[in-house]
Design a protein around this ligand. Sequence first.
Ligand code: TEU
Ligand code: CA
Length: 561
Amino acid sequence: MSTQQLERRWWHNAVVYQIYPRSFNDTNGDGIGDIPGIIEKLDYIAGLGANVIWLSPVYQSPMDDNGYDISDYQSIAPEFGTMADMDSLIEQADKRGIKIVMDLVVNHTSDQHPWFIESSSSTDNPKRDWYIWKDPKSDGSEPNNWESFFKPKAWTLDEQTDQYYLHLFSNKQPDLNWANPQVREAIYEMMHFWLKKGLGGFRMDVINMIGKPSDFPDATIFDQGVAGWEHWSNNLLVHQYLREMHDKVLKHYDVLTVGETPFTTTLDGRYYSHPARNEISMIFQFEHVSIDREEHNAVKKPFDLVQYKEIMARWQEDLYQKGWNSLYWSNHDQPRTVSRYGCDSAQYRLVSAKMLGTVLHMMSGTPYVYQGEEIGMTNKCFNSIDEFNDLMAKFHYQKMRERGVSETEAIAFLNDFSRDHARVPIQWNQQANAGFTTGKPWLPVNDNYQEINAEQALSDPNSIYHHYRQLIALRQGIEYGDVVVYGDHKLLDPDDADVYAYIRSYKGKSLLTIANFTANELVRHYDGRLKQVVINNYSSSVSTLDRLTLQPYQAVVVELV
Ligand code: TEU
Ligand code: CA
C-alpha cells in the first residue's frame, strides 16, 4: 500500500485535547470540575485548534479510581452533571467543529455495578459468568500467581460464595468475562447508545487486556510489568473481540478509536491499527513513558535521549503506511511533561516546553495534548504520603516501604512519577484556587498559579499556548499539512545524546526538525539547504544548517530546498 493509496480518514490530521473532568473547571463551587465547566471553556480549546476532546470517564461511579470504576455505563455521575449536560456538551462542541471522544472502560466495572452485585450474590446467579470466578487451590490460596496493578494479588476471595474473582486493577474493579457472549453484547449495545448521540469515538481503557486465556496459566516473568502480562495482554483473543466489536458496532460510524495498550510492540501496533484488519484507529504505546522508570518495582532510571529517539523512530517507521500512530507526552496517569522531559525552572520552562511540543507535533500520527500541557503546567511538590490522593501512589508507597526504601526516598519517587501531578486543578487565572473553583478544590492547586495560568498564556503572544496553536495550525494548514501528516520519517544522528533531529518528506517537500534537549549551547551540522524557517522557539534567526548554533532547549523546524 503506498501513501497515495492509504485511504484518508478525518482523524489523520485531528489534534486531540484530553480533559480530566474532575480537575478541569468547577462551575458550582463543590470543588469538583464538571461538564458545564467544560462547555464554558470550549472556545479556549477551539482557540488552540484542537478538534477532538477526549473526556476521561464521567459515568456514574463510586470513584475509587476517579471514574475508572464504573457502576452505570449509561448515566452521568451527579458531581459531573446530568445526561442533558452531556448532550449539550456534544452539541456545543459540534458547533465549534469539535468531536467528543469518551473513555470506554470495559476491561472491568466497579464492584458496585449491578452486574457485579448480581454476579457475586450466588454461584448459580445467571450473571455469575459475567465476571471471572475461580475456586481456591486446595490449600485455599489464589487460583494462580497473577499480580494486579494496584494490589499485590489479582484475586480477591468472596467469603460468601468461597470463590476468588479476578481484578487486574483494584479489588473494587472486577474484570469482566469477555469470553461470555452476553457480556460482549451488553457492551456493544451500550456503545451504540453513546455513538447514536453523535460521539466522535472512544478511548479504550486497557483494551489489550480483555482476553484472558481459558486455562489461566501461572505467570513466569517477574522482572517486568505486572506478573501475568504475558498471558493477558495482546493475545489472539483481544484481536478476535476487537474485530467482532468493529463488525457489530464501529463499522457503522465514522469514528476515532484509540486503544490504551501497555506492553505493546510495533508489531502489535500494526495488528491493532492496520486499516485492513478492521480493529481500531490507533493505540497508545507505553515504551517511551517507561524509559525513565521501572514501574513494577517503582524505581527511577535516567532519561536517555538516544533510547527515546530509537523508540519514537521505530514506531514512526514500523507503522508507516501499515497502521497509525498516536503521539503523546503525557496524560492523567503521567507526570507533567515539562518537569519530566524538559526543565521547569523560571529560566527554561517556556523554551523547553515549546521544544517538547515541537518535537512531538512534527511527527506522523494523531497528537494528544493533555490539559495544562499547553500552558506548561509543572509537577507539584508533595511533602508526605497523606497529600497524595491516587490509589496507585499509595500502593507504590507501601511496596517501596516494604522493600526497605526510606520514607524520604519513597516520597521523592512519588514526586517524580505520581499520577496526582496531572490531576491537580487547571490553573485558569490569578484568582483564589487559580480560578478553578470558588469552593475548596478536591486536590489543592499548585502554588505557582500566579505565574503559570491560562489567562496569562492567552494574553502573551510568546506563550506556550500560542506556540502549540502554531504547531497545530501547521498540521492542519494547506502548506505543510500533508508533509506533517503523511510524510515519511528519517531519524538523523541516532547516537547524538543531546539533540533530536529528524526529516519528514512527502511529494518533494521536506521538513527538518532539530531540538536541543539540554541547557547548553550546542553547535551542529546538517546536510541540505535551508529554504525557510517554519517555526522556532527563539526569536534569533537561523540562516544556515552548516555550523548551526543551538540555544538551550532550542527547537527549530526548517523547510529544506
Ligand atoms: O491505566 C492503565 C495502566 O496501565 C495504568 O495502571 C498505568 O500503569 C499507570 O497509570 C501508570 O502509568 C488505565 C487508566 O488510564 C488509569 O487511569 C486507570 O487507573 C486504569 O486504567 C484502570 O482503569
Ligand atoms: Ca462542580
